[in-house]
Design a protein around this ligand. Structure first.
Ligand code: PRX
Length: 698
């Protein structure tokens, strides 16, 4: 697993010697065109775009990129308003295209784009495409968990379905600004529900259907939805998951805490569970199929301001309470549409498949909104990527002639381990661009993805971004420049990444430090729901004047960016973001747990895994049963995806004399780098370290 964490740039030897003097255009930018040109033939760590790909690409060359990038930085208002004009606005935005303050020392953090502009993102996703003659184009190909079970919706049909649900929501009292929680698996009803909310100006909050009842309660208590939309059950691989039971438990607990949800609209997913077998609360629960189809397929759009909220999506931070990331309408719309178009080189004839779930930001921006805004045909897959066998993805690719395939490094690594035969038995010749997201992709996985999956033909867009950023921030534009396996390469239009040292000083040239963004971009989140102060302190206080991403990054001599992972207390497990504090809170809720400290450790497939040090209560003996029930505690408080891989029995934890846990030491013990423990003399009790080492494999 040596190169799982490619934590420093792969340096290309002879870069530094030539081409020190850059042409005028480049002198304002950190990226060096002339060097790229010189390199393009020289080094085998560069993967060059095929000429015929570049020729047909939206951005065919680095020169073209630089020209567009330069414009986007020098004249953001002009650059973005030109693009925004291609969308439908009931009323154009005001004088100012955007206004911002990212400097906490100058006052409240504030980001606004297209304020005063009146639009609707659902209208732009559906009606606009239909009005331009694409009503009969397939919007969604749906592939069920079981091979052979599938369906599709054209843009016309999708609009009908969205309108019916929108009318149903309105009829049940959902109004502009109200929130709606959606707890659904990857059925077509999930994007339908998101779009229906958007159509009537309601704020959707999709909760990934792998979250536990308690996580759902937390979110219900925070955003107080009028309605919860769910389904009775889902099949994932061989498992049947009873979602309705989870929602029932969550609704019961929320109402005990004073938040009653009046309607639980439940889609009957009878391939997973019969209606009759579903537990039912009369008066509150209603079957989707019983009511929604009764409504008209016409639903007027609720026109909203560009700065009206579109959705809330909860994500993990360094404290126990999830953060409600709030995105607004206009800027998010323009940004997801534009990033999708360029980073995947999307053309009207493409068939696009993103394996992410709509419960995460990737599903919001790049299963639903970005692609539909471009009138794309999207594949939505319900099941597990390795069911019934590890060839399923390529089976789906061949079945729908997928051209653009977007996934996470963890899946690439896991399929790589299963062997090439599962890939090569399928044609995959439709593929043109591959994409990666969620965590750094290590060069060996990159190369396997490129050589084996893409037959050395398809550029890979390794897209760096976050729930908070709404869309891609640092990403290749396929065809425009040579790639370096493992590098997210260059910033998207309008994005100014800077790497700062711990004092907040911007670093130049080849460097390594904290990744921040200078100045706003249209897709930026505007606040944390109900807690603007936390927004300001978490993201804008560490380095005043900048948005701080929480990631580490290096930049090499050619200006390529290399993400090195989180620098805060967030762990990235299979591309899922999990706060160490959240897992610790879940562990200490166990009646026999006195204290817990959680760290992330390298994992061959998951990228990182969760490693927990646990101190049982006085007098409690550590045992296999206790270990298991601690894991169950995390599953019930957060969800199965956050279950620790390892529980390390810790009679004591290494603490400073002031009582602070020294995680640095725990990380070294967890990764068995025992010769790198460093100075332990400042610990209140240095003996605990030896004790922990002795218990390491117990
Ligand atoms: O650490 C970075 C990692 O995922 C984090 C964001 O997680 P989340 O908000 O859940 O969004 C995931 C999907 C965008 C980042 O802070 N990350 C995401 N993409 C990459 C990445 N790290 C390296 N390379 C990427 N391409």
């Amino acid at each position: 697993s040596g190169d799982i964490f490619r934590s420093r740039p792969v340096m290309v030897n002879d870069l530094t010697t030539t081409h020190h003097h850059l042409c005028h255009l480049e002198s304002t930018l950190p990226y060096k065109l002339s060097k790229l040109k010189a390199l393009a033939t020289a080094d085998d760590d560069l993967v060059l775009p095929a000429q015929d790909f570049s020729q047909q690409a939206h951005v065919p060359s680095f020169e073209k990129y630089l020209e567009m990038y330069k414009r986007s930085i020098e004249d953001p208002a002009g650059f973005w308003s030109e693009i925004a004009s291609e969308f439908y606005w009931k009323k154009k935005w005001g004088q100012e295209v955007y206004s911002e303050n990212l400097d906490i020392t100058k006052g409240k953090i504030n980001i606004e784009w297209f304020k005063g502009g009146i639009t609707n993102i659902c209208y732009n996703c559906l009606d606009k495409n239909i009005n331009s003659g694409n009503g009969e184009k397939i919007a969604i190909h749906w592939e069920g968990n079981e091979p052979g079970v599938d369906g599709f919706l054209t843009y016309n049909q999708l609009l009908d379905r969205v309108c019916q649900l929108a009318n149903c929501l309105k009829d049940n009292g959902v109004k502009k600004g109200d929130s709606v929680i959606i707890y659904l698996p990857m059925l077509m009803e999930l994007p339908i529900a998101m779009l229906a909310c958007a159509r009537i100006g309601a704020v959707h909050s999709v909760v990934f259907a792998g979250f536990s009842a308690e996580s759902l309660v937390q979110r219900i208590m925070d955003c107080k939805p009028k309605i919860v939309i769910t389904c009775n059950a889902v099949r994932r691989g061989k498992k049947v998951i009873n979602l309705k039971d989870i929602v029932d438990a969550a609704l019961a607990e929320s109402s005990q805490n004073g938040i009653s949800v009046g309607l639980c609209l439940t889609y009957a997913n009878e391939s997973a569970m019969k209606k009759e077998a579903t537990k039912w609360q009369k008066g509150r629960d209603v079957w989707w199929q019983d009511v929604v189809s009764e409504y008209s397929t016409k639903c007027d759009v609720e026109w909203v301001d560009a700065e009206d909220p579109l959705f809330l999506l909860y994500t993990s931070g360094s404290t126990g309470k999830p953060k409600g990331v709030l995105h607004t309408t206009g800027g998010y719309m323009i940004y997801t549409a534009t990033t999708f178009k360029y980073a995947f080189d999307h053309k009207p004839s493409d068939i696009y498949w993103c394996t992410a779930d709509c419960g995460w930001i990737t599903g919001h921006s790049y299963v639903a909104y970005g692609p539909l805004l471009n009138g794309a045909t999207v594949v939505v897959y319900e099941g597990a990527p390795n069911y019934p066998d590890p060839g399923r993805c390529w089976d789906i690719v061949d079945k729908y002639k997928v051209t653009l395939f977007y996934t996470a490094p963890t899946l690439v690594r896991s399929l790589m381990r299963d062997g090439n035969e599962y890939v090569t038995r399928y044609s995959r010749k439709s593929l043109r661009v591959l994409g990666s997201v969620g965590e750094p992709i290590n060069p060996s996985a990159w190369r396997w993805f490129f050589n084996v999956v893409g037959d050395s033909r398809c550029p890979i867009s390794d897209t760096w971004w976050q729930t908070e950023t709404g869309g891609f921030m640092i990403t290749p534009l396929p065809g425009a420049w040579p790639q370096k396996p493992g590098s997210a390469t260059f910033p998207f239009f309008g994005v100014q990444p800077v790497i700062v040292d711990e004092k907040g000083k911007e670093l130049e040239g080849e460097c390594s430090g904290y990744l921040c963004i200078k100045s706003s971009w249209p897709g930026a989140f505007r606040t944390l729901y109900g807690d603007h102060e936390r927004y300001e302190t978490t993201y804008f206080s560490a380095f005043p004047g900048y948005y701080f991403s929480g990631d580490g990054c290096s930049r090499d001599n050619d200006g390529y960016h290399w993400l090195t992972g989180r620098v805060d207390d967030v762990i990235n497990v299979s591309g899922h973001r999990i706060g160490t504090a959240e897992v610790e809170s879940a562990l200490v809720l166990h009646p026999q747990c006195a204290e817990a400290a959680v760290v992330g450790v390298e994992h061959e497939v998951k990228g990182q895994c969760i490693y927990a040090f646990v101190t049982p209560n006085e007098g409690v003996a550590y045992s296999e049963d206790l270990r298991k029930s601690l894991v169950v505690s995390v599953r019930t408080h957060i969800g199965a995806f956050a279950a620790p891989d390892k529980i390390h029995w810790a009679p004591g934890l290494p603490k400073t004399r002031s009582g602070k846990i020294m995680r640095r030491i725990l990380r070294k013990i967890a990764s068995r780098q025992l010769d790198e423990l460093g100075d332990t003399s400042t610990l209140a009790d240095p003996n605990v370290v030896d004790q922990l080492i002795a218990l390491a494999d117990k």
